[in-house]
Design a protein around this ligand. Structure first.
Ligand SMILES: Cc1ncc(COP(=O)(O)O)c(C=O)c1O
Length: 441
């Protein structure tokens, strides 16, 4: 991929393959033997690799960085907490309620909350709570949505290998080995923004549907967003059929608006999951919602069990308290939206110059870039976009010092520190990268 020599990164990779499968701690970090990225430092909106190349980063660790790397407003609170109080005790502190009350002040959909350590765990907790409350089994998910790495949600619509010219639905396949067929039993998948498909699954399985689990704006599918009518349909069908609406706001929460995606729609979930932006990169996550539903977590005979050794540790909660306080009390999210908009204007000018049909999906704080004339309405539409050109453009950007995921299903993430980016430089780099991508000399 890269034209640059990376001797230090390559040496670190050679060492790492003896220690970890694929030489990485998370399989998605493997970018091939020559191109797997090893960093030496991060600051603001930049990351620097072990070969001293600095990148302006729009990948932002897949979304958690909302203020900037090494933001002192957050880091100092964490340092204070662990040096003045402690890191973990297996007991409660007042910080638990401090954070919940902050979330409640931003998100009217939350009465009660529980913490977890990752988005995956938050989704597991929300789904179990929904099943405990409704005493039903099935979960409706949306094609192209992502809800973490636990077996039950590691089934995907194989749009990559789907023939868009057929009337057939894409095949549902596991993410890989080790996922028992039985974990699929209670999952039903629908295309986003297809109102009839929702009616059809409720007609077929309605009495056993515990919840619809949805990313309202698909942060793992190019920020393709639910329409207002679709969100309303989901809310209505859940209310009418006794199912719960779970919004997975692991990527959108505290990023697209203080109250998350649901505040943009004005349509609220029964249960919501949060992570990522909640802690500006520290590992904190949570799920919460209506008191009546959350109180299913109890020691009653059929009460739901939830917890974990590291739940609500001081590192996570002090980071969440500091981050949420900044997001609540400053105009950081307005700055992020403004900068995100300006960057789209720059990119649009470049694409237009090269005659590349393009559109943007989702909000300015995490926008998807799609090479096609119409904003995709679901994952199947994404297949019609020129994602190969996007990948080539993205690889060239990386070469030229702009980091992003070379896959148009991953949005561009903006943090407050991006306000320092020189947009003229970005435009030049984008022009060069597009020229190389379409072989214009
Ligand atoms: C919407 C959504 N849900 C859940 C997860 C899983 O979160 P984690 O990687 O923290 O387990 C992700 C991760 O990207 C996500 O984007």
């Amino acid at each position: 991929m890269t034209k640059k020599n990376k001797p230090n990164s390559n040496a670190l990779f050679k060492r790492a393959v003896n220690n970890m499968p694929l030489g990485v701690a998370d399989s998605y970090r493997y970018w091939g033997e020559e191109n797997t990225v090893f960093l030496s430092s991060m600051k603001g909106c930049t990351i620097t690799d072990c070969d001293e190349q600095t990148f302006v980063d729009f990948r932002l660790a897949y979304g958690p960085i909302i203020l900037g790397y090494r933001d002192e407003r957050v880091d100092n609170e964490v340092i204070n907490a662990i040096t003045q109080v402690g890191s973990i005790s297996g007991f409660s502190t007042g910080l638990d309620s401090d954070v919940v009350e902050l979330v409640k002040s931003l998100c009217p959909n939350i009465d009660k909350m529980r913490f977890s350590n990752s988005g995956t765990e938050a989704v597991i907790g929300a789904v179990r709570t929904a099943r405990g409350f409704t005493k039903r089994n099935k979960i409706v998910v949306v094609e192209g949505g992502f809800h973490g790495l636990h077996d039950e949600v590691m089934w995907k619509s194989d749009v990559d290998n789907w023939d868009a010219s057929t009337q057939e639905d894409p095949e549902i396949v596991p993410f890989g080995g080790g996922i028992p067929e039985s974990t699929r039993e209670h999952q039903v998948s629908v295309p986003l923004n297809d109102l009839d498909a929702i009616d059809a699954v409720f007609a077929k399985y309605g009495d056993d549907i515990a919840a619809i689990l949805i990313e309202p704006i698909m942060g793992n599918c190019g920020s393709i967003a639910s329409t207002q009518a679709y969100m309303q349909k989901l809310r209505d069908v859940c209310d009418n059929k006794g199912a719960l609406l779970i919004m997975d706001e692991v990527k959108t929460g505290f990023r697209v608006a203080k109250g998350g995606a649901q505040s943009l729609y004005g349509i609220y979930a029964d249960l919501t999951t949060y992570a990522k932006a909640m802690g500006n990169g520290y590992p904190v996550a949570a799920f919460g919602g209506r008191a009546e539903v959350m109180d299913t977590i109890s020691f009653a005979k059929d009460g739901v069990t939830h917890g974990g050794t590291y739940t609500a540790n001081m590192v996570a909660l002090s980071a969440a308290k500091a981050t949420l306080t900044v997001l609540k009390e400053t105009d950081a999210l307005e700055t992020i939206a403004r900068v995100g908009k300006e960057i789209q204007v720059v990119l649009s000018r470049v694409f237009t110059k090269f005659g590349v049909e393009h559109c943007f999906a989702g909000p300015d704080a995490m926008f998807g870039v799609h090479f096609g004339s119409k904003v995709p309405q679901n994952y199947r539409d994404w297949k019609q976009t020129n994602s190969d050109l996007y990948t080539q453009f993205a690889l060239n950007l990386i070469d030229n010092g702009v980091m992003l995921e070379p896959d148009s299903r991953e949005p561009w993430f903006i943090c407050e520190a991006h306000q320092t980016v020189d947009l003229k430089w970005l435009e030049q780099v984008a022009e060069q990268s597009m020229a190389d991508a379409i072989n214009v000399k």
